[in-house]
Design a protein around this ligand. Structure first.
Ligand code: ADP
Ligand code: MG
Length: 461
């Protein structure tokens, strides 16, 4: 086969053009333009990749596509090798010299001076973020970081369960800053991307002379805001943490802002060093709780408004009542009924919604409801529902009420505010009741027996 350098370069250029056409992703094309096709040997294409970061990105996202496009042009090609280039080779193809080669092109493009990357979802802005009691504080803190040039707290640490809007808020910070301070650079990385960057830098080997710990830190030092998402994933990675700690201190000392997200409080992060937790705790810690019914309905209404078809309000209400776990699932359910209506040309109403979401709802139908718990507890202790929801404090009523709250927390997926609403109380009362019963169960045999009987009865329906 013809394996001359010109042919290889021509084939590579055609492949880059095809990817550009198919992906509409100018950042991807930029990474690809930094790659030099080297040779074809033993039916394998060898590509020289200028940095570990690009190596990783191409390996994970483009290698299969590149190989099959190459095979379209040359059926004999059997494989693709990505080789880290030690020194850039002179070539007709545009490639940067070692000195100007950006270390991280994930989210900051130095040569374009601080552009917002395609990794940020354009739909995730403050405008599309619906605010309610469960995320109000987190959203206000995120806005403050984005809009206020001075630093009043550092870092900002956002924590909460999956699908509750942490990533959305981080993207919103980046977009807002881009709007207000186009000269500032914002680097947003998943902790996985941070980790990949880091291991490359920490373990320089023969093929990797571009990176060093020092320029790893320098890279981060050059950004105005560093955001790392889901930092629980760097837990247990001792060396990464060590470097993260130094990077973190350096940035704070230079007056750069840091935003972190995780699935739990800093002190509950397993396998994170105490000094890092202490450092994080010096900033502002905000949490996002599961959304209440009102917020779920608000989010659905907002999402529905951006759709081309109208969704009846009783359907939105049905979704808000029945899909309580997190916002991502709520969105997923809405998308499913819309896709179904579009594909089948059928209307969206309660009946079609129930049928399309049968699998999700079936699981929930078998689940215990708070009203079942209230009825069962009332029957067991011979109380009325009014007694149970009243503010009467006699032990004969107060204890079953606390037990009912405890059972609601342990047997249903509802959040504390949701449970509170069913008992006409706020979430702190529910939390207190849960703690009280948890404390009593090991000591109070009668209460433990009652709890066991009720649990069995409720679960068996
Ligand atoms: P997390 O990072 O906490 O797991 P995400 O930020 O990825 O969650 O949110 C999951 C989905 O829910 C995203 O599509 C996001 O836009 C949406 N979402 C979450 N909270 C809100 C909100 N308050 N308003 C609008 N959309 C939201
Ligand atoms: Mg996330």
């Amino acid at each position: 086969m013809d394996c001359s350098q010109d042919t290889i370069l021509g084939q590579w250029a055609a492949i880059c053009a095809r990817i550009q056409e198919e992906q509409h992703d100018r950042f991807a094309v930029r990474w690809l333009s930094k790659i030099v096709p080297d040779k074809i040997e033993n039916n394998r294409v060898n590509l020289l990749v200028p940095s570990p970061c690009i190596h990783e990105l191409v390996k994970q996202n483009y290698a299969d596509q590149i190989l099959s496009l190459w095979q379209e042009q040359n059926a004999e090609i059997g494989g693709l090798d990505l080789q880290l280039a030690v020194t850039p080779r002179p070539t007709a193809h545009p490639v940067r010299t070692q000195k100007t080669m950006p270390t991280v092109t994930l989210a900051v493009e130095p040569e374009e001076n601080k552009a917002i990357p395609s990794l940020l979802d354009p739909a995730h802005t403050f405008d599309t973020f619906v605010v309610g009691p469960s995320n109000q504080f987190a959203c206000a803190a995120a806005r403050k970081i984005a809009e206020d040039d001075s630093i009043t707290f550092n870092p900002l640490y956002i924590h909460g369960g999956v699908g509750l809007g942490k990533t959305h808020l981080m993207h919103a910070i980046a977009w807002r800053m881009k709007e207000l301070f186009p000269d500032k650079s914002v680097l947003y990385l998943s902790s996985e991307q941070f980790f990949h960057q880091f291991i490359r830098a920490m373990r320089p080997d023969k093929t990797n002379r571009f990176e060093s710990t020092a320029n790893f830190r320098d890279l981060f030092r050059s950004v105005d805001v560093l955001m790392i998402d889901d930092i629980q994933f760097i837990c247990g990675k001792k060396a990464t943490q060590e470097e993260f700690f130094h990077t973190f201190n350096t940035l704070i000392a230079c007056g750069k802002k840091i935003v972190l997200s995780a699935d739990s409080l800093p002190q509950d992060l397993q396998g994170i060093e105490d000094r890092l937790k202490t450092r994080i705790a010096q900033g502002l810690i905000v949490d996002i709780h599961p959304a209440s019914y009102e917020l779920r309905l608000g989010i659905l209404t907002e999402k529905a408004a951006s759709l081309s078809m109208s969704i009846p309000s009783n359907v939105l209400d049905f979704l808000a009542c029945n899909i309580t776990s997190n916002v991502r699932e709520l969105e997923g359910a809405l998308n499913r009924i819309v896709a179904h209506a579009e594909l089948m040309g059928s209307p969206i109403n309660l009946e079609t919604t129930r049928s399309v979401l049968k699998d999700i709802l079936n699981i929930r139908e078998k689940a215990v409801h708070i009203t079942d718990i209230q009825q069962a507890v009332c029957a067991h202790y011979d109380l009325t529902l009014l007694d149970l929801k009243s503010t009467r404090r006699e032990r004969r009523i107060a204890r079953p009420r606390q037990l009912a709250m405890y059972l609601a927390k342990t047997l249903t997926p509802y959040s504390l505010p949701d449970i509170g609403a069913q008992f006409d109380r706020d979430h702190t009362t529910i939390m207190h009741a849960v703690k009280t019963i948890e404390g009593l169960l090991p000591r109070d045999a009668q209460l433990a027996a009652d709890a066991a009987i009720l649990t069995r009865r409720l679960k068996e329906g």
